[in-house]
Write a protein that binds this ligand. Structure first.
Ligand code: SAM
Length: 279
């Protein structure tokens, strides 16, 4: 009996637990591969879902499911742009978003990542970027993306905001001022907008602060390792594509994906009634 209990206790310690106010998500851990971080706590684990990045206690992705998030974040705006040549990614230091954007063969991608260590450790240990972080078309700037956008005088075809959960250095990433400027310097802007179910206040703040944006719409997808699995995105800008046009563009561009396709694209804009009410 005692040895059975011991075994249970020990095996419980082999799980990474992401805690929320009233719920938690657990992933079994084979090994901790890295722990560090001066700017934010960075943990990297080997798990049955592949390598897993955790920042300040929050799972950013596992190797097994990251494509669900990165493909929906990137392909929706990139498909809607007639010629996405110049791309700006705010955050996204793991390189997953850049990897997807490179499939459109843009002339340049600028990544503005506040934490150099995330980029270095993702390049060294996780490697989901598939070489994107070393690609000659990709420029990486280590600075605050909010400040970069505020002072930016360049124009980008697509701006992709791939930030972390709201925290001390990223809460302004959902402010009206940030959206105003980010939309001015781009044709299309997209941002991940967290869990509408578990983070309703943050989601509503994004909705309120972005309500003035042109063609502002929300779309949803699933991401198993995020709270509840349901994740949301907000897009705005110069895009107007119907079903036929999206399908035609998809065929013409011949982009390879694991998750995104025109059916997923179109379906992702169908919102449940409770979310519509929040908006
Ligand atoms: N897929 C993730 C999610 O939603 O859970 C986001 C992953 S990505 C690793 C988020 C990155 O945004 C982090 O590396 C973090 O350092 C960066 N970040 C957060 N706030 C930022 C800011 N103000 N400027 C630039 N990068 C920022």
């Amino acid at each position: 009996m005692l040895s059975y209990l011991n075994k249970k206790i020990i095996s419980f310690m082999d799980w990474f637990v992401e805690r929320h106010d009233d719920t938690a998500f657990m992933v079994r851990v084979n090994k901790k591969l890295y722990e560090g971080g001066t700017f934010q706590k960075i943990e990297i684990y080997s798990t049955p879902l592949g390598k897993m990045l955790v920042l300040d206690g929050k799972i950013q992705f596992t190797e097994k499911d990251e494509m669900m998030y990165h493909e929906m974040l990137v392909h929706v705006p990139m498909m809607m742009h007639p010629s996405p040549e110049k791309v700006l990614i705010i955050g996204g230091g793991d390189g997953g978003a850049a990897r997807e954007a490179l499939k459109y063969e843009p002339s340049s991608i600028t990544i503005v990542e506040i934490d150099r260590e995330v980029v270095e450790k993702c390049k060294e240990i996780i490697k989901i970027d598939g070489g994107a972080l070393n690609d000659k078309r990709v420029r990486i700037l280590y600075e605050d993306g909010i400040k970069f956008v505020r002072e930016c005088e360049e124009h980008f075809d697509v701006v992709i905001v791939d930030g972390t959960d709201p925290n001390i250095f990223s809460s302004h990433i959902a402010s009206r001022q940030f959206y105003e400027k980010a939309s001015k310097i781009s044709d299309i802007m997209v941002t991940q907008s967290q869990s509408p179910f578990f983070q309703p206040d943050y989601f509503k703040a994004i909705a309120k602060n972005s309500s003035f944006l042109k063609n502002r719409r929300f779309y949803i997808s699933y991401m198993p390792s995020y709270p509840s699995g349901l994740w949301s995105f907000m897009i705005s800008g110069d895009y107007e594509l119907n079903e036929e046009q999206i399908k035609k563009r998809w065929e013409e561009r011949n982009v390879e994906t694991l998750h995104y396709n025109p059916d997923m694209h179109l379906a992702s804009f169908a919102l449940p009634e409770w979310m519509k009410k929040m908006l």
